[in-house]
Design a protein around this ligand. Structure first.
Ligand SMILES: [Zn+2]
Ligand SMILES: [Zn+2]
Length: 168
């Protein structure tokens, strides 16, 4: 997604503008990121601050149901010219200004989205998950399985425990 920066490119350092955007992800055509960019001219090129909003599609790691959740993230990045005069190490992490003089924020948005996406997701904090025995989704109600310790070696221990805790 290229942003036209002509309006401030020949202006003074510190000149800025805002730009609302809607970006369709290249890596995931079904996903759209919306937000606002704050672009400022600097001595090295441009600084871009972005506030982004999207809906993530997840699969719950407990009950395996699909669900969506909103995600907001923001970042600030430098876009510098190829012939930037400071040392190479200073600018190696910068994004580059395109040959036509505009800036392309796609890669920055995609990178930050990956960083911000949570790894382990549950549909809700009190998701009950699936029954270990029959696979029923316990959020939709109790199944008919009785909770049981799977390893018979523990059975004696359980009897002991149950006898011990019986009211006297
Ligand atoms: Zn769940
Ligand atoms: Zn069950």
């Amino acid at each position: 997604m290229k942003i036209n920066v002509e309006s401030i490119a020949s202006g003074k350092i510190g000149e800025k503008f805002e730009h609302d955007f809607t970006y369709e992800m290249q890596s995931d055509m079904n996903r759209v990121v919306k937000g606002k960019l704050f672009v400022m001219k600097t001595n090295y090129g441009f600084n871009v601050r972005a506030n982004c909003f999207t809906n993530l599609k997840h699969t719950c790691s407990r009950c395996l149901e699909n669900f969506e959740s909103p995600l907001e993230f923001s970042f600030s990045e430098r876009f510098s010219k190829e012939n930037h005069s400071t040392s190479e190490s200073d600018m190696k992490d910068d994004f580059r200004i395109e040959v036509d003089g505009n800036i392309d924020v796609s890669r920055a948005i995609e990178q930050y989205l990956i960083i911000e996406t949570p790894f382990n997701t549950v549909c809700s904090n009190d998701c009950k998950g699936l029954c270990q025995q029959c696979g029923a989704n316990l959020n939709q109600g109790e199944c008919s399985c009785t909770p049981r310790l799977s390893n018979p070696a523990w059975e004696n221990l359980r009897d002991l425990w149950e006898n011990k805790t019986k009211p006297v």
